[in-house]
Design a binder for this molecule. Sequence first.
Ligand code: NCD
Length: 447
Amino acid sequence: MHRYPLAKGTVVIRGGAVLTPAGLVDADVVIVDGLVTAVESNVTAPEGATVLDAEGCITGPGFVDLHTHLREPGKEQAETIASGARAAALGGYTAVVAMPNTSPCLDSAFVVRAVLDLGATTTTEVAVAGAITVGRAGEQLAPIAELAALGVQLFTDDGTGVQHGGVARRALDYCTGLGVTYAEHCEDLAIASGGVVHEGAWSAKLGLPGQPASAEEAMVARDLLLAGELGARIHLLHLSTVGSVELVRAAKAKGIAVTAEAAPHHFTLTDAEIASYDARFKVNPPLRPDEHVAAIIEGLCDGTIDAIATDHAPHTPETKDLPFDEAPPGMLGLETAFSLAYERLVEAAGMRVERLFDLLSTNPARIAELDAAGARPYGHTAHGARVAPGIPANLVVVDPSARWTVAGTALASLATNTPYEGRSMHGSVRHTILRGEPVVISGEAQR
Ligand code: NCD
């Protein structure tokens, strides 16, 4: 199957440090016909080679996003597969997992195949998460076996959690039998009770309906019990509370096969932002107070949380400009994730760069089975491996010393709903290489 052909030609990434299996080394990287062929110092570029300057930069495995909302089919004014893929490439991503809450949703082979086909020629590889229930309605299981046969590895009703514990249990059991992974959007709607922000001092002060942390934690606890009992593997999406991190930490200590992700906005913003009543700060799960932000950072540093996932959720200005409680939840994430993670985790919290690449690339690639050992849905190439001869050249070159300022209208996403408007960022993505093709050079998308 040649759905994802390797690019012809030679590329030399010159200068800077390279994240290899042995750690960071100063070297150049040579790519020939889509594969890394050498990681060595002072390479002489052959005639006709494309040379990419990486002085002062770090070259590592391209990022993999476990949680991207592309709005095609259904809401192409907010994002298409092509525009989302361009935003992904600019953010350093060589693969993304598209979430199923499109219209129609990704609960049939027909729609899944259409999304995979549209994603086969874009500037990032597009895998999909299939819906776990028909219509994401939480009642009848979706045709999981049929979608798994297409190569779908993750199943979730993201946008909503599966409310009925019996349905969740059956789905987990079914996924286990098929060797695919159930992923949960943890939110008990009865406990959340229509809350649009975190229930606490700010919701009380502003008169906005709040949802307590327990709305998330109750479903985390339920799913961990079910996974433990069934010996099932489970992935928990966008965790945001102290209690969720504690529950996952305890479950891992018991040997439960759980993986978890957190989104950059949950480790960089607090619910104090909602004082502006600006719906760009409305997201699900909601922004939380400091102690929750600190717990997410701790979980990312100590290995409780396995992956940083963007939850990139584009919305048109017409919908985001509505009053806070009427606007849809969600914020852009693909083009700001690296800078936020670098600043908050490496610069401020002292995380090693190697661990940051694990969180942004190696671990999510493994969870989505987009790594070398995985099933690699639909013929996708391998992602997430540290740079060494023989791997497909799905790479990112990041510049930790770069400074830039976020402007929603300058982002490649069709939508502009970034909560970081006007914020100055540390660190940027300089080049992105997909299967040997430089799709981003010096911060510019090439197609
Ligand atoms: C998501 C979206 O917009 O699709 N929004 C969000 O706030 N994360 C769906 C969701 O998880 O509610």
